[in-house]
Each structure stands twice: as C-alpha cells, then as structure tokens.
Design a protein around this ligand. Structure first.
Ligand code: C5P
Length: 221
C-alpha cells in the first residue's frame, strides 16, 4: 500500500487538453488524453490527499474519491484552477493548454463559400495559467509543478521553461508522433528550481506520478 504521506493535504491536478471553439461545431485542440493527469490524481488519493481534478475534455472514468471538475477551454480551466488553488498545498498542471484561441467565436456554423479562398483564422493569446499561479502563490510554500513536452534540446529547453514559468518542478518529456500521447507509459526528467534533476525511466504513468508526489511531499515537509 502507498505511504499516507499526503494525508491532510489538498492537491489540485489539471488533466486533458483544452478545446478552443471556432463555431458551435469546430474547435482547435490537441492530442492530450488526460491519462498522466488521471494517474497523478489516483496516486495522490492513494497517498491520502484530498484531490481536485480539473479535467479538460477527457473521456476517462472518474477516479474514486476524487473531486472532478470538467472544463472545456483554457479560460474555463484558468477559472477552475485559480478557484481550487486558493486553499491547495500543491498544484500540478498536467493539462495541455492551448497557447492561442480563435479571436472570434462565430455564433453560427462557419460556411464555406465555393467561389472564394478560405478566410485565415485570427488567434489571440491565452493566459499562461502555470506562470500566473507560480508568480502569485495563493499560499506561501505552495508547491507548483508544470509539464513540458519537448521535441528537441529537451533538458536545455526544460531548464529555460522552468525559470520562465517560475514553478518549483517541471516534468519534461520528449514527444514525437509515436510517443507519449494516449499511451499508457511515459519517460521523463523532473527538473527542480533548486537545480535537482530526477530521471524517471520508461514505465507506467503511475510510476512517474509517484515520483512527482515524492518530490512534492519532500518540499511540503
Ligand atoms: O509553455 P508550455 O505550453 O510548453 O508549458 C507547458 C506547461 O504550462 C504545462 O504545465 C501547461 O499545463 C502549462 N500551461 C498553462 N497555460 C498555458 C499554457 C501552458 O498553464 N496557456
């Protein structure tokens, strides 16, 4: 059985991928399945934490004993995370948040005009939730964890991102067409703001989740 080292703690985990609507039937989205975030929620609950799981467009069963808050867009995810983070000991941002959203939402389905070239889609920047909660912590000592999917220069890009975002830990993994997304397994390095580097060998997403909670628990105590 898992060590009950998160008893009395409230942790917030975001999972899945945001969808940014263009019109009532279309959206800009990504391939995140939510499996890593759900594994984080399950393992935190097994270690005794009260868990709020902010789930963006996932189709996975609710983990037992976890408070699940469904959301759609990045703006909705931000509201839910900020609300839940107010009394949280730790926040883990495993969700794939769209960096941009369509500048305009068309209330009716966008029509194709046969005799005309398609209109370009104008985008505006979404709020960076991880940077925001790291920059103004709801509580002193709150531990904030980000995820970064990189295709090259994984460690160097990860270090730069950790600094830019201002979080305590950044889980960096290499992605590619046949890696990570929708898979049951993961392989990563967890970078710490204190300079630490914790490699996590290829294995189940639960194993990576437990390593993340080990590092979080060490920073909470
Ligand atoms: O900058 P990048 O998207 O690579 O950063 C990934 C990390 O930042 C993830 O933890 C993700 O949940 C978070 N993020 C966020 N808000 C955004 C974009 C990413 O919180 N708008």
């Amino acid at each position: 059985a898992a060590e009950p080292d998160l008893v009395g703690r409230h942790v917030v985990v975001s999972a899945g991928g945001t969808r940014e609507p263009l019109d009532p039937v279309r959206f800009l989205g990504n391939r995140s399945s939510g499996k890593q975030g759900y594994a984080l929620a399950r393992t935190a609950a097994a270690r005794g934490a009260r868990v709020t799981l902010i789930a963006a467009n996932t189709s996975l069963p609710d983990p037992a004993g976890v408070d699940v808050v469904p959301v759609g867009t990045a703006v909705q995810l931000r509201e839910a995370v900020l609300g839940a983070a107010a009394d949280a000991d730790a926040v883990v941002m495993a969700a794939a948040v769209a960096d941009f959203r369509p500048a305009v939402y068309a209330a009716g389905k966008i029509k194709k005009k046969d005799d005309r070239d398609p209109e370009p889609v104008a985008l505006v920047r979404n709020p960076d939730i991880l940077a925001e909660i790291s920059g103004s912590r709801a509580r002193p000592g709150q531990v904030i964890v980000g995820f970064a999917a990189e295709t090259d220069e994984v460690l160097a890009n990860g270090r730069a991102k950790l600094k830019r975002k201002g979080c305590d830990l950044l889980v960096v993994n290499e992605v590619g067409e046949r890696r990570t997304f929708g898979s049951e397994e993961n392989e990563a390095v967890v970078l710490g703001a204190d300079g630490s580097e914790t490699p996590v060998p290829h294995g189940p997403k639960e194993a990576l989740a437990d390593t993340v909670w080990d590092l979080v628990a060490a920073r909470l105590s």
